[in-house]
Design a protein around this ligand. Structure first.
Ligand SMILES: [Cu+2]
Length: 363
């Protein structure tokens, strides 16, 4: 019903505009074309001026209304720099915006057609060309230079003591893997991926480094003030790890792991104190990846080292879950005891596989 009314309103509107245009055409004929043109020039000049004033007011008003709606303080060291770059870019573009818009609309008003006023013929000026080419070129080079510097820092080598978290995206969820006490992530092979056998990431169980790796879904735990290196994988299409509060974003590309690192500055609790109890650090998918793209939201818990250690102690290595679930064939799984006493502990035979002890805290 409402669409019928909208169509009727459109038709009426069109008829009114059409009639007004026709009427002004008759008026023009009656008054004389030149006089009408001058009058319409004057009106347009004033309208342009009004548009300038209203437009600038609108810009101010939008910024004023929306300034509390943006994400708040950046919650990582890299984020601070990204924000600084953003504010510098905004300041520069704002100055250029105001100068060009005022000049555009003010000139259109001031130099409208007038009796006895002739346009000045000004075809070329090398000096002006040089100024408005060189100044933007230098400014953009500096901005891009800073951007590249920060980009290479974010995607470059993480500090030695960085916590490593592997992030794997798939339609439509995030999975996280943490190295156990050995600090090493075990090998993966895509053909090993088997959700029923409790191996969602395709860990290769013969690799001893896998024995203590912890796998979680939808919630990532990291430590405040400690660098985190994300190693990003996907199982299907291109996704994108979006960490808006940390001002970071990285494509997750099939067949090509990507990395980035950052240091979280505030715990989730501190952010809740600042921005209200419903604050959540969010990991979103920033790449349209299918019908359920919108639901690909995970959370990040930033906590103290002590809290993280307690949390990590409560986790069970994926290896243990997988072995418990599938009643492994002792002949195939090295060191698997396969007994039915409920004791899920395995005694891996491979050398260097002693990092199985879940009570040992992660660095
Ligand atoms: Cu996605």
């Amino acid at each position: 019903m409402s669409s019928t009314w909208i169509i009727i309103a459109f038709i009426l509107g069109f008829l009114i505009v059409f009639q007004i245009a026709k009427a002004s055409e008759y008026v023009a004929i009656l008054k004389g074309e030149e006089k009408t043109r001058k009058e319409s020039n004057r009106i347009n000049g004033f309208l342009l001026l009004a548009f300038l004033v209203l437009g600038l007011f609108g810009v101010w008003f939008c910024n004023h209304m929306l300034k509390d709606k943006i994400l708040g303080e950046a919650a990582s060291n890299h984020g601070e720099r990204v924000d600084t770059m953003l504010y510098i870019t905004l300041a520069i573009t704002f100055i250029v915006f105001v100068i060009t818009q005022v000049a555009l609309f003010w000139f259109a008003y001031k130099y409208q057609e007038k009796e006895g006023q002739k346009a000045y013929y000004f075809p070329h000026n090398n000096k002006l060309e040089l100024i408005w080419t060189v100044i933007p070129a230098i400014t953009l080079t500096v901005l891009v230079g800073f951007g590249l510097y920060y980009w290479y820092e974010i995607t470059g080598e993480a500090p030695e003591d960085a916590q490593v978290v592997e992030v794997t995206g798939s339609q439509f969820k995030w999975e996280f893997r943490y190295p156990g006490a050995d600090g090493k992530l075990g090998k993966k092979y895509y053909r090993e991926i088997n959700a029923i056998k409790n191996n969602p990431l395709g860990q290769v169980w013969t690799d001893p480094d896998n024995r203590d790796d912890v796998v979680g879904s939808q919630e990532m735990h990291i430590v405040v003030g400690k660098p985190v290196k994300l190693v990003i994988y996907v199982k299907d299409v291109i996704h994108d790890v979006g960490l808006a509060h940390f001002r970071l974003k990285m494509d997750a590309v099939p067949g090509q792991p990507t990395t980035m690192w950052f240091t979280p500055k505030f715990t989730t609790r501190e952010m809740k104190q600042k921005y209200g109890e419903d604050f959540t650090y969010e990991i979103s998918c920033d790449q349209m990846c299918g019908a359920g793209h919108y639901s690909m939201r995970g959370t990040i818990v930033v906590e103290s080292q002590a809290e993280y250690t307690v949390w990590m102690k409560k986790q069970t290595a994926q290896y243990e879950l997988a072995m418990a679930g599938q009643q492994p064939d002792p002949a195939k799984v090295p060191g698997a005891s396969g007994d039915s006493t409920g004791n899920k502990e395995t005694t891996p035979s491979a050398p260097g596989a002693s990092g199985d002890n879940r009570t040992t805290s992660i660095r």
